[in-house]
Design a binder for this molecule. Structure first.
Ligand code: NAD
Length: 282
């Protein structure tokens, strides 16, 4: 049998879920051949292939029954959730009720409730809106800079532009978090000030997104800090094409979480900074 936990990815029908399931297989871990999904999809599609493994789709109606069977078959189980903001709170409760450690990559939903539910249950979880370790390391560095040098950019101006696939309607969560750090460095700026770049011309021309990644999933961010007279410019950038960086980080988080469960760690709720701080990267 493979080393490490068996991993169930919900939902393998989604873009992130599928990429993460592939990363699980690449890592040599056991991919549980079942995946939770929406009811209509479970009925209409039946199963989905991941790196040649047929994964059976399970809708909400049959999930309790299915999870009991899966638990007995794979006692060392870690769940990964990449679903929808509208279902993540219900999914988290389901995982907690079944005492299954999980990695929550889905963004949105009611975040306060999510944290409160996990804490109340005593379940183990890694919850992070960004599983890309390298990007999280950058984000953390910005926060450390804010703590070390508060007000270091006082009087300077900030401009933030983020580019994602056109279907993304909300503002990048990572950009919002970095702006919070920049605020502490003396740069007044609100979430609403962040420029959302969603047209192909600007994405390719101004942001430098390679054409094949315009619709295939990209996350480009540029933070420009300028002195009042324009004689000093600092530019911070993090540009990601595709989903692999998140998928790989998610697998690291799952392996880390499994280790914490095995060790009976006192801390039960983690984020990606905890994974980074533990040096838990392959
Ligand atoms: P997607 O629409 O491709 O996939 C969502 C999937 O959830 C769909 O396949 C849908 O069938 C499934 N689903 C619907 N109802 C369900 C239910 N009740 N139970 C289980 N599955 C259900 O979306 P995506 O692009 O894969 O993104 C998923 C989420 O991940 C979003 O919130 C996105 O913002 C987030 N995301 C997070 C990171 C990160 O690093 N943490 C990176 C990328 C995306």
């Amino acid at each position: 049998a493979a080393q490490g936990p068996a991993i169930m990815v919900n939902s393998c029908t989604g873009k992130m879920g599928h990429a993460t399931a592939e990363a699980v297989v690449r890592a040599g871990l056991t991919l549980v051949p079942y995946s939770l999904t929406g009811e209509s999809e479970a009925v209409a599609v039946g199963n989905v292939g991941v790196s040649g493994i047929p994964v059976e789709l399970v809708g909400p109606e049959k999930r309790q029954q299915a999870i009991e069977k899966i638990k007995s078959e794979y006692p060392d189980l870690v769940l990964i959730d990449y679903t929808l903001p509208s279902v993540l709170n219900g999914n988290a409760l389901f995982y907690c009720d079944n005492k299954l450690p999980f990695v929550m990559g889905t963004t949105g939903g009611d975040r306060d409730k999510l944290l409160a539910d996990v804490k109340a249950s005593g379940n183990y979880a890694v919850i992070a809106p960004n599983m890309g370790k390298q990007i999280v390391a950058f984000q953390t560095m910005m926060e450390l800079m804010a703590e070390q040098f508060p007000g270091c950019f006082t009087g300077y101006k900030l401009h933030v532009a983020e580019s994602h696939q056109r279907t993304k309607v909300d503002t990048s969560g990572t950009a919002k978090a970095v702006v919070k750090s920049l605020n502490k460095m003396g740069l007044p700026y609100t979430e609403e000030d962040i420029e959302k770049v969603r047209t192909v011309d600007e994405q390719v021309g101004r942001m430098g997104v390679p054409e094949q990644w315009v619709d295939a999933g990209h996350a480009f961010h540029t933070y420009t800090v300028t002195s009042p007279d324009g004689s000093v410019v600092l530019e911070f950038k993090h540009n990601v094409c595709g989903r692999e960086v998140y998928a790989e980080g998610t697998v690291d988080a799952a392996i880390f979480l499994h280790r914490q469960v095995k060790a009976g760690a006192e801390q039960r709720l983690y984020n990606m900074i905890d994974v980074l701080s533990a040096g838990a990267m392959r």
